[in-house]
Design a protein around this ligand. Structure first.
Ligand code: ADP
Ligand code: MG
Length: 248
């Protein structure tokens, strides 16, 4: 069974069609990278999966459950999905350890001691143990984003959604965050991620999906899609990216 199955998803804001019939599925342990120009609908797609946006039409199955069913409980669905956005939204008044354990305790009802033990184990594995008692503003942007990732994986979500998680970082901090994503892949996380880091996409993706105008234009293994794109729009987009022309 697929972890995620998106079928015929459509979403408009007013008369602006932002998702124009999206079909996409992810198998367990699969890492799928969304690429496409700014405005192509990547974030909106991720937001519909996390039920931040309601679809106008179509269906999304998570582990076989229809999460677009009006009767689905959004909190229960979100509890099964880990999300990291561009802007690490850690609570500034909570220490790292508290930021990481908060949702696990409140949403998942994990007892405090168990949540702390799990958090410390993750922080140790991921090289952040020394920061456990710091407040977020004492951390670099890269460290904050790594903490946000640890928070997202605390409860072993079925699916991780990562939206441009390195875009707000200084270039020298991007590497440590991408390293953590590599680690998650090795640990078997199922991930759907939007990124502009093409070389990273090539390395980490099992499949790359190119979106334009709210549609999936083309998808394939990194070598197929990046080295032998078939669709003129994909070719044009990749050429622009190679020239570094597009500033997002
Ligand atoms: P991407 O992540 O690929 O840059 P987005 O999904 O953020 O693209 O945006 C796709 C389009 O949808 C853009 O034109 C954006 O302006 C529009 N859009 C996104 N969210 C909203 C919203 N809440 N209201 C109106 N328009 C929106
Ligand atoms: Mg976006």
């Amino acid at each position: 069974m697929s972890v995620l199955e998106v079928t015929g998803v459509r979403k408009s804001f007013g008369d602006h069609v932002v998702l124009d019939g999206i079909d996409l599925s992810l198998d367990k342990h699969e890492v799928v990278v969304l690429i496409g120009a700014s405005g192509s609908g990547k974030s909106t797609l991720l937001r519909t999966i996390n039920l931040i946006e309601q679809v106008d039409d179509g269906q999304i199955l998570l582990g076989g459950d229809d999460i677009t069913d009006p009767l689905a409980d959004p909190d229960a669905v979100r509890a099964r999905i880990g999300v990291v956005f561009q802007h690490f939204n850690l609570f500034p008044h909570l220490r790292v350890i508290e930021n990481i354990t908060l949702a696990a305790r409140r949403v998942h009802g994990i007892p405090k001691d168990a949540a702390r033990a799990r958090a410390m184990e993750l922080l140790e594995t991921l090289g952040l143990a020394a920061k456990a008692r710091e407040y977020p503003d004492r951390l670099s942007g890269g460290q904050q984003q790594r903490v946000a990732i640890v928070r997202a994986i605390m409860t072993d979500p079925e699916l991780l959604l990562l939206d441009e998680i390195t875009s707000a970082l200084d270039p020298q901090l991007v590497g440590e965050v991408l390293d953590l994503v590599r680690t998650l892949k090795v640990r078997g996380s199922t991930m759907l991620m939007a990124t502009h880091e093409m070389s990273f996409a090539r390395e980490v993706a099992d499949r790359i999906v190119f979106m334009q105008g709210g549609r999936i234009v083309e998808q394939g293994a990194p070598r197929e899609l990046l080295d032998h794109p078939q669709h003129p729009e994909t070719i044009r987009f990749l050429e622009r990216e190679r020239r570094g022309g597009e500033v997002v």
